[in-house]
Design a protein around this ligand. Structure first.
Ligand SMILES: [Zn+2]
Length: 142
């Protein structure tokens, strides 16, 4: 099992994610440091975000799995002029991370210093724990 580091953050999430019947399991596990998603029982492809069916072959049976947290940075950028709802958090970094299991995920990027994170840098998923619940992010392992 891959356990994500949990980083405490003050305040509430600026744009809390919607919880649905399907995604509630994801958010509850994330709060405990687990990153879950669904894998098709027929074609065995992984999907993120988790879905109740397979978007690759439309099979109706999927299995929840614990997704390994490691990957590489495919792309990243710093947001200086943010949408109004995130304005108080700017500047902040976002990235696309290719997880080692083959999932490509867009998420917030946490830097360990002032240096830009190079493309191809090793990174891992982490949990940002706010007062009203968790979010996930990537953190470069430099
Ligand atoms: Zn499938």
């Amino acid at each position: 099992m891959s356990t994500l580091d949990i980083i405490a953050r003050g305040g509430k999430r600026a744009y809390p994610p919607r919880r649905s019947e399907v995604t509630a399991r994801f958010w509850d596990a994330l709060a405990e440091g687990q990153f879950l998603s669904t894998r098709c029982d027929a074609c065995h492809k992984l999907t993120f975000p988790p879905k109740s069916f397979c978007p690759h072959c439309w099979h109706q049976a999927v299995t929840w799995i614990d997704v390994p947290k490691t990957g590489t940075v495919y792309s990243s950028t710093t947001v200086h002029i943010a949408p109004a709802i995130f304005a108080q958090e700017a500047p902040y970094d976002v990235c696309i991370i290719d997880l080692d299991v083959g999932l490509r995920i867009a998420t917030r990027l946490i830097r360990s210093n002032e240096e830009p994170v190079p493309i191809g840098a090793q990174a891992e998923l982490v949990v940002l724990c706010y007062e009203d619940g968790p979010l996930f992010a990537a953190r470069a392992m430099t």
